[in-house]
Design a binder for this molecule. Structure first.
Ligand SMILES: Nc1ncnc2c1ncn2[C@@H]1O[C@H](COP(=O)(O)OP(=O)(O)OP(=O)(O)O)[C@@H](O)[C@H]1O
Length: 567
């Protein structure tokens, strides 16, 4: 129906790999975020752990009555008894996890109000301007946008206005095909649910006396059915034919036959709504399916594209181009886009039309300072920790560490949670300053491990060469020495050997990632060379490298170091 409307430069979009993100299915949509159910869930969790506690106690006492037969069991219980014996530090740890959507967002009132002022037009049935939100990581962009969406959806229900928000995390859903498929399927699901509901209502009407007798009085028939869902405001007479509307529940049916026909046509619509597979269709078919699904009835659809820069980086600006010009073709509905990004520079790569359309309104989220982070942490700590579980220095120290990073609230919350977990593990009743310092080291080490684990194989071999040299007591390692060991390792692993120039580039990349420190030193008439040293803990890094199956094959790396002297 709407084929060939699509603008598509990348043919690769059609060749979708089938491993559609797992994380995407986890990504919390505004309506799924569980903000209002979380407390309940948590209290259930707490009850559960209380029960677990008392069960454990009961089991322990019965074991002591029968200690000869069950001595082995008793040992197991002893293990857990020990851990359960300390006072719990956390009241509700989930509140400190990134998946939790807080109900209150201190220091974001201005940005939230800005968003609300723009989006309020959706509640008046108009199309809100597109919004581009940007700011560094952990500055509350996603949390604020989700908060505003929840409010928008709940207010739209209150006033019976058709306004829906769809959230997509483009870090995971990173191609045009996937974005459009995900949107199409979300709207198809919504349409199907609405049709089912409407068919049920019509069936109720069908079984009412007037229709059973075959001669319906229209006025009576209107009154006989609950017209609950009035989000669709067009009457059947206005129907364009292609876009069926559902408002006939409030409209007269001249005969039982008309009513039957209506039910049949709704069923036919439902049948026609085919979900988009995660791979295999041409992109223009996916686009037209999404187009038809969103335009099935009158509504304002707000599409929130989180990490939109990742989508542009991976698959260009086709998706944004197609979405931003849809309004001129939609008959019944309107769409509005909220793009969220860490990186404003990505707009430099956009087609000027897309850039001006997406950036109709821009909202900046500045980094938090240490005082603001304190407030954010305090609010969360009040809910997540038992009272008096934190010593006075803990929150200011977490806030100070995170403010040094770049005012990242996620980092501050991670620090606080990890400090609590470390205190819990050491079975103390309070979280102390020292736990925060340990947490800072642990998070830093975890970051390094993650970076090393995800390095490309060639960089891993270069890094392993540096480790081997350091382990053998070589100081002031230079590029030539690294290259010699690297070459030997490649031969042993049977992989391609890069040029020394390329290896030098890889060393610079490792330097930029903070894994090695490479300084350029002048050697007088011998020119300049790099002196390389490791910036990360050697044992842990080596373990991560050798956990890669390709590097794990190196039987005994010791002889390679001799290569240094063979030069
Ligand atoms: N003002 C605030 N009040 C309470 N919690 C906040 C606030 N700002 C951020 N947070 C919390 O910090 C964490 C990170 O926030 P969020 O995901 O919104 O950041 P972001 O700016 O979208 O980061 P990224 O760009 O990395 O996705 C979340 O757990 C969020 O709940």
């Amino acid at each position: 129906m709407h084929n060939n409307r699509i603008h598509n430069n990348s043919s690769s979009d059609n060749l979708e790999s089938s491993h559609e993100n797992k994380r995407d299915s986890q990504s919390t949509s505004p309506t799924e975020s569980g903000d209002f159910t979380l407390d309940e869930d948590m209290s259930q969790d707490n009850n559960h752990s209380d029960t677990a506690n008392s069960n454990t106690r009961n089991r322990t006492s019965s074991a002591s009555e029968d200690d000869i037969d069950h001595s082995e069991n008793r040992e197991e219980q002893g293990l857990f008894d020990n851990l359960l014996s300390g006072e719990p530090i956390f009241e509700n740890k989930e509140v400190l996890r990134p998946s939790y959507t807080p109900r209150k967002l201190p220091h974001r009132t201005e940005q939230i109000n800005q968003m609300a002022t723009i989006l309020v037009s959706a509640l008046r049935g108009d199309t809100p301007s597109n919004i581009l939100i940007y700011g560094k990581t952990g500055t509350g962009k996603t949390a604020s946008a989700k908060f505003v969406s929840q409010e928008l959806e709940s207010t739209s229900q209150k006033y019976d206005v058709a306004c829906e928000v769809e959230y997509i995390n483009c870090e995971v859903t990173d191609t045009q095909y996937r974005v459009l498929a995900q949107l199409a399927n979300k709207f198809i699901e919504k349409n199907r649910n609405q049709i089912d509901k409407r068919i049920d209502e019509l069936k109720t009407l069908q079984s009412s006396d007037q229709y059973l007798s075959g001669s319906a009085s229209s006025a009576e028939s209107i009154d006989s059915v609950d017209t609950a869902d009035d989000t669709i405001s067009k009457s059947p007479d206005e129907s364009t034919g292609e876009y069926l509307n559902l408002s006939d529940i409030a409209s007269p049916f001249d005969s039982a036959r008309d009513l039957d026909d209506r039910i049949e046509s709704l069923r036919a619509d439902r049948e026609e709504m085919e979900l988009v597979p995660m791979t295999g269709w041409p992109t223009d078919r996916v686009y037209s399916t999404f187009f038809d699904a969103v335009d099935y009835h009158e509504r304002v659809a707000v599409i929130m594209l989180d990490e939109v820069d990742k989508l542009v980086e991976k698959s260009g600006d086709d998706t944004l181009y197609n979405l931003s010009r849809m309004n001129s073709e939609l008959d019944n509905s309107r769409i509005s886009i909220i793009g969220i990004s860490n990186d404003l520079k990505f707009t430099d790569f956009l087609d000027p039309r897309v850039k001006s359309s997406l950036g109709e309104e821009e909202i900046v989220f500045p980094p938090y300072d240490a005082n603001q982070l304190r407030d954010i942490l305090q609010y969360r700590a009040d809910v997540s920790f038992k009272s008096d579980a934190l010593t006075d220095d803990v929150i200011p120290l977490c806030a100070a560490f995170a403010a040094q990073e770049h005012g990242d609230a996620r980092r501050a919350l991670d620090l606080l949670r990890t400090a609590g977990e470390l205190a819990e593990r050491s079975q103390t009743n309070t979280v102390e300053e020292d736990h925060v310092r340990q947490a800072q080291d642990k998070i830093e080490l975890d970051r390094v491990i993650e970076v090393v684990r995800t390095l490309p194989t060639q960089s891993k071999i270069v890094l392993y060469s540096i480790i081997l040299l350091e382990k053998n007591g070589v100081h002031s390692i230079n590029t030539g020495e690294v290259f010699n060991i690297y070459k030997r390792l490649c031969e042993e692993l049977d992989t391609d050997v890069l040029t020394q120039r390329r290896v030098t580039d890889l060393i610079s990349e490792l330097d930029m990632l903070g894994i090695v420190n490479a300084i350029v030193v002048s050697k007088g008439r011998y020119g300049r060379t790099k002196e390389i040293s490791l910036s990360v803990p050697i044992e842990e890094t080596e373990t991560v490298l050798l956990s890669d199956s390709r590097l794990g094959n190196i039987e005994n790396a010791q002889p390679f170091v001799q290569a240094r002297f063979d030069n």
